[in-house]
Design a protein around this ligand. Structure first.
Ligand code: NAD
Length: 351
């Protein structure tokens, strides 16, 4: 099985190296090929998503992605900015379903900003649509109005077929969990959301075993901090999902703990931590590699057909945490503070 390895920028290289260390220790027939992406892609080929990198990603069975983004490239025109690489990969590979689990490891309950009784044992899955919505809707731009004032505009759009396919992913995911699905929209204000709600409700008829609930996004944002354990699976559009999944990540204590999968219709996927390239801590061996290591586990489960190996990695992460290993972002007094490499080695040694 061939894995395209795209470390990207900032801490991307450091955390992906640790995920590779763990994967290589499994002794599975995995082949790795690296290529530059993001700022690194721009440096190598004048393009955040070089043609050769895209070709490698297309040919591979799965993609392990670090993070992209570097303030050095912030002044470039939009098409050349590192973050365009991730949008381009999602679009080119048809990665429409983003799965973001937010679990609170028992050992890290204290790291959450919320009280232990609110987050202890939390296990939710956010299914975010990834290739539509206001991020991709046309027309968009900045224009002059009649009065000469500048006006920015974007277009929120969803087709029935796009809503239906993400709803199916979410219903199927709920079926493997607690059979509860909450669809999040803003149907009291947005036409797009009214259609979203209608299509999800129609799809629910095919899944009579799943308890479906609809919730407005503002309420959901509030409920996620008030009583997050009421949720099992949440399905929502690209914009709302972007925000809610980051909010959910903070329930767990650190953005450095959360993996994600972006899947196409056939189950091929791109696996990456939910955080960015963290330029503020890059190159200092302090970044938490666990989100990337757990992303590699998701890759084994969803794209490579090795659920046992995925569990081995997840158990090894749990063991390292139980034995007190902590990177700076999840450190609490009395624990054993380690850097990126030592955390990677701690997990690899516990497989
Ligand atoms: P970020 O996620 O990179 O960082 C936010 C904060 O979390 C920072 O303080 C950072 O130090 C910390 N952090 C992030 N990952 C961590 C880890 N593994 N261990 C410990 N601490 C960690 O978000 P940002 O600062 O808003 O963005 C930085 C760059 O990343 C920007 O260029 C942005 O566009 C890009 N970005 C990329 C992706 C992606 O590649 N998918 C996602 C989000 C942001």
């Amino acid at each position: 099985m061939k894995i395209a390895v795209l470390p990207g920028d900032g801490i991307g290289r450091e955390i992906v190296a640790q995920a590779l260390r763990v994967l290589q220790r499994l002794e599975l027939p995995l082949e790795f090929e690296q290529a530059p992406v993001g700022g690194a892609g721009y440096e190598a080929a004048g393009d955040p998503l070089p043609a050769a990198t895209l070709a490698l990603a297309k040919a591979a069975d799965a993609i392990l992605f670090g993070a992209v983004g570097d303030p050095r490239y912030d002044a470039l025109e939009r098409a050349k900015r590192p973050e365009q690489a991730i949008l381009g990969l999602r679009k080119a590979l048809g990665l429409f379903a983003n799965l973001r689990p937010a679990q609170v490891h028992e050992e890290l309950t204290q790291a959450s900003a919320l009280r232990p009784e609110i987050v202890g044992g939390l296990d939710i899955l956010i299914v975010r649509e990834l290739t539509g919505d206001i991020y991709f809707g046309e027309p968009k731009g900045i224009r002059r109005t009649d009065t000469g004032e500048r006006e920015g505009f974007d277009t929120m759009r969803y087709r029935e077929s796009e809503i239906r396919r993400i709803a199916r992913v979410a219903f199927e995911a709920a079926r493997k969990r607690k059979r509860k699905l909450c669809s999040v929209d803003k149907a009291n204000v947005l036409e797009t959301s009214q259609l979203w709600r209608e299509v999800v409700a129609a799809e629910a008829k095919t899944y009579p075993d799943i308890a479906l609930q609809h919730m407005y996004v503002d309420n959901c944002a509030m409920q996620l901090v008030r009583e997050p354990k009421q949720f099992d699976v949440i399905v929502t559009g690209n914009l709302f999902g972007d925000i809610l999944s980051d909010e959910a990540s903070m329930l767990t204590g650190s953005i450095g703990m959360l993996p994600s999968a972006s899947l196409d219709a056939s189950g091929k996927g791109l696996y990456e931590p939910i955080h960015g390239s963290a330029p503020d801590i890059a190159g200092r061996d302090v970044a938490n590699p666990l989100a990337t290591i757990l992303s590699a586990a998701m890759m084994l489960r969803y794209s490579l057909g090795h659920p046992d190996a995925a569990e081995r990695i997840e158990r090894a992460v749990g063991r390292a945490l139980r034995e007190g290993y902590r990177t700076a972002d999840i450190y609490t007094a009395g624990a054993r503070k380690v850097g990126t490499q030592e955390m990677g080695e701690a997990v690899a040694a516990r497989l």
